[in-house]
Design a protein around this ligand. Structure first.
Ligand code: HEC
Ligand code: HEC
Length: 480
């Protein structure tokens, strides 16, 4: 009996670890007759450390498959996954990876936000200006009293001090303020959520509950960066004077960012237009081989690049392709192909973050967003006469594999394609069309509407779609 109780206690711990019900664990441990030999209860807390020490883990054990730990293995996997997704979500929303050393420490962006009256410089950035720049406020981080004051119009939305108060509440989506003991803003860092989340506007425009994965097509990243007092990290890298860098940044416009500027130094397209691309949605990416409009690399390679080279987080990262002086002269000259920070603040967060991003799915289109009967006809065209599914393979709606297509295959210029070692455009997974509408379609938003996209493909592939067929195809796209 004593032994049973010991087993029960220990199985309980095991059960907690593996997410099985205690009672079932006990009865099977007893039925199989092996008291668990656990040297130290603390070991049991960590799956990794405990692995291989328990008889349950020995694959040659006669009891293999009979223990609840095995039978309920699926549940433990599901539970571990859920935990990982939560961890990843936290990272996506709140983790700066130490990038405040860049945004605050080097650019001094926090000073421009605080303004002279609050220990910074210049007029400062009040919430009204911040919202106009596309920044979003998480209503769930606002105490009820503040929500009430906001509703009654008793909050000064022009005063940078209000922005500081919001930062203290951790209410500005994708931005974290770092304050000293006296409440002065001393640095600022950014997160994935800055560009890849919006809010549902449930409280007011720009203020609501977080919607992760939606591209923030209101966000004027360039104008925000150009508000920083010191752009020397960029002028140094690009070899351009300060005003030229500010012009480039201010030329991007809302919803766009240029991830390759400080890798290849191409500030404008050959036609003189801005080289920035639209922030993409992060939906249904599981199974999509290549990331970015130009298919730069897979998800697990792209995300550490973003953290280390775009957000300027402090981690470890390698990509030898960035040592190519012809394609990436600036990256090559600055050793961006191999980044090392000690301590590494990125790699320990990576797995959970990737799990979260890969778990994001497109919101279903709202009632009335599209015509069902027309969409059904459009689907038949998509996979039939219009040949869209050659590249947008359902249900992924991208091309599986290490797959991008040459620019001429889709009838557009190759500028952005040539900035990737893969020299092509990756067929975007088309789900969540609702979230793609603002800012236009294709990497640079060159097509304002779905009509324009379908007309383009109709001409380029000489599909000879009728007016009604084109309309049906659009209804199908809207249903995704
Ligand atoms: C400053 C804005 C910004 C931030 C911050 C940012 N991203 Fe992005 N992200 C972009 C842009 C713009 C692209 C498209 C780049 C391109 O195609 O050239 C992109 C592309 C991606 C893609 C590829 C999506 C696809 O369909 O091709 C993934 C995945 C991604 N980002 C994840 C993240 C994660 C995770 C973080 C945080 C660690 C993050 N991003 C931070 C702007 C941002
Ligand atoms: C040869 C491969 C290929 C075929 C065939 C193809 N597409 Fe695409 N599609 C792409 C690529 C690549 C892009 C991204 C272009 C870019 O990055 O600018 C794209 C972009 C799009 C977009 C814009 C997505 C966004 O968010 O900007 C839509 C919509 C779309 N395609 C629909 C269709 C439809 C409808 C058809 C059939 C008439 C079709 N595609 C046929 C490769 C293809």
């Amino acid at each position: 009996m004593k032994e049973v109780r010991t087993v029960a206690r220990r199985s309980g711990l095991l059960a907690a670890t593996f997410g099985v019900t205690t009672l079932a664990a006990v009865s099977l441990a007893v039925a199989c007759g092996d008291a668990l030999e656990v040297d130290d209860e603390e070991d049991v807390g960590l799956v990794g450390e405990a692995y291989g020490k328990h008889p349950e883990h020995r694959h040659d054990d006669d009891c293999y498959g009979k223990h609840p730990e095995h039978r309920h293995d699926d549940d433990s996997v599901v539970r571990a996954l859920e935990k990982k997704i939560r961890e990843g979500r936290h990272t996506f929303r709140y983790e700066t990876f130490g990038d405040e050393a860049f945004w605050g420490g080097k650019l001094g962006l926090h000073k421009a936000i605080a303004g002279e009256a609050n220990g910074g410089i210049g007029p400062g950035i009040g919430p009204a200006t911040a919202l106009a720049l596309g920044l979003k406020v998480d209503v769930e981080a606002l105490p009820q009293s503040l929500q009430k004051q906001l509703r009654r119009g008793r909050v000064d939305l022009e005063d940078p001090a209000t922005t500081l108060a919001l930062l203290k509440l951790n209410a500005v989506v994708g931005v974290t303020g770092f304050f000293d003991g006296s409440g002065t803003l001393e640095s600022i860092g950014i997160q994935c959520a800055l560009c890849h989340s919006v809010v549902d506007d449930s409280f007011a425009p720009g203020i609501g509950r977080r919607l992760d994965g939606w591209p923030n097509r209101d966000l004027n990243v360039g104008a925000i960066v150009a508000a920083a007092p010191d752009l020397s990290p960029f002028t140094d890298l690009l070899g351009l004077p300060d005003d030229a860098v500010r012009n480039v940044l201010n030329g991007w416009g809302p919803g766009k960012f240029d991830a390759f500027l400080h890798l290849d130094g191409k500030a404008t397209r050959p036609d003189g237009g801005p080289a920035a691309v639209l922030i993409p949605p992060l939906f249904n990416l599981q199974g999509v081989g290549l990331m970015t409009w130009n298919g730069f690399s897979g998800m697990s390679a792209w995300v550490p690049l973003v953290i280390n080279l775009e957000m300027w987080g402090q981690g470890v990262f390698s990509d030898r392709r960035l040592a190519d002086e012809t394609q990436f002269p600036i990256a090559a000259a600055n050793g961006f192909s191999r980044v090392r920070h000690d301590p590494d603040r990125v790699t320990p967060k990576l797995a959970a973050l990737l799990t979260y991003v890969e778990s994001l799915e497109a919101p279903p289109p709202p009632r009335g967003f599209y015509d069902k009967a027309a969409a059904k006809r459009g689907e038949a065209l998509f996979t039939g006469k219009a040949r869209c599914s050659n590249c947008h393979v359902p249900p992924l709606y991208s091309l599986p594999g290490h797959a991008s297509v040459p620019a001429q295959a889709i009838g557009i210029d190759s500028f952005q394609a040539d900035r990737s070692p893969n020299r092509g455009y990756r067929p975007p997974p088309l789900r969540g069309m609702l979230t793609r509408v603002k800012g236009g379609f294709f990497h640079d938003g060159r097509f304002a509407t779905l009509e324009d996209v379908v007309d383009h493909f109709d001409q380029h592939f000489t599909l000879e779609l009728t007016r009604r067929e084109r309309a049906d195809l659009i209804e199908f796209l809207k249903s995704l």
